[in-house]
Design a protein around this ligand. Structure first.
Ligand SMILES: C[S@@+](CC[C@H](N)C(=O)[O-])C[C@H]1O[C@@H](n2cnc3c(N)ncnc32)[C@H](O)[C@@H]1O
Length: 260
């Protein structure tokens, strides 16, 4: 386990920056790459009871609530929850809690639990899946977007650009250490010259399948979000290989599992 970090693995200290970054629509990566895929799998949530696990500043919770969902948004970071509340509730109930210990949340209550880019930041993701299964109704769904466990293994993965006559030719993804369970400090550049760190956990794909199965959940969909034109163009403008690369190799995975 990492050393002395808060319960949300460093996110509390980054809450204000993250709130500005996500705003009301989500940052470029969320808005143009991850969220369209996640929302597509979530489908129509109007009239449904929805739980957002690791909600961050809560922009997606508020969006679903505006569309008529009854949303509870949970985050372990007190500051994330404080900032989320500052945006106005828009019908969302906020709760500061560890996703692996949802005290006071009754079992069998929700139609949908979603976790947008948060499971791999949770030290006890198995506990979070267990709690998601507990609070879901029978037939309810857990939908989670994560860094693609096969292709984005943090510093164990990266792009390799092939050039011919000095011109870009092909982009490859290199991966090592896939089978290992490990955690790593993730650096964030907060724009004011300081570097801050969170901790993320790599778990191979079969870890997710086994954990879901062991909690009585069956995988019903796997989606690999394709980048929008806007994402590719913006990344290319910055000279970043994520744009052209992600057109060929997915960086994210969306898992839907149903409570049996
Ligand atoms: C990458 S952020 C994603 C936030 C939000 N879902 C989004 O997409 O903008 C990960 C979030 O997970 C939260 N988190 C980390 N560990 C947690 C835990 N054990 N229980 C609940 N939330 C946790 C962090 O505080 C942070 O807000």
């Amino acid at each position: 386990m990492p050393g002395k970090l808060d319960r949300c693995n460093g996110w509390n200290d980054l809450s204000d920056w993250y709130d500005r970054k996500q705003g009301d629509e989500g940052d470029l990566w969320h808005r143009t790459l991850i969220d369209p895929g996640l929302l597509g799998v979530l489908g129509e949530c109007s009239g449904k009871r929805v739980l957002d696990l690791g909600c961050g500043n809560g922009y997606l919770s508020r969006r679903l609530a505006r569309q008529g969902a009854d949303v509870t948004a949970v985050d372990a970071s007190p500051r994330m929850i404080r900032n989320a509340r500052r945006h106005g509730s828009a019908g969302v109930k906020y709760l500061r809690a560890d996703a692996a210990r949802l005290k006071g949340v009754p079992g069998g209550r929700f139609d949908v639990v979603f976790a947008n880019m948060s499971l791999m930041d949770m030290a006890d993701a198995e506990g979070a899946v267990r709690e998601a299964a507990r609070v879901l109704k029978k037939g309810g769904r857990l939908v989670a977007s994560i860094c693609h466990p096969c292709f984005d293994t943090m510093s164990n993965s990266g792009w390799v650009a092939e050039k011919a006559m000095g011109e870009p030719r092909a982009v490859y993804r290199k991966v090592r250490g896939y089978r290992e369970l490990f955690h790593e400090k993730v650096p964030w550049n907060t724009g004011d010259g300081t570097r801050a760190y969170t901790v993320s956990y790599h778990r191979p794909l079969n870890w997710y399948a086994r954990v879901l199965r062991s909690k009585g959940m069956a995988i019903t969909a796997l989606e690999e979000p394709e980048p929008t034109r806007e994402f590719v163009d913006m990344e290319q403008q910055d000279g970043d290989l994520d744009g052209p690369g992600a057109q060929e190799v997915p960086l994210h995975l969306i898992i839907e599992a149903v409570k049996l």
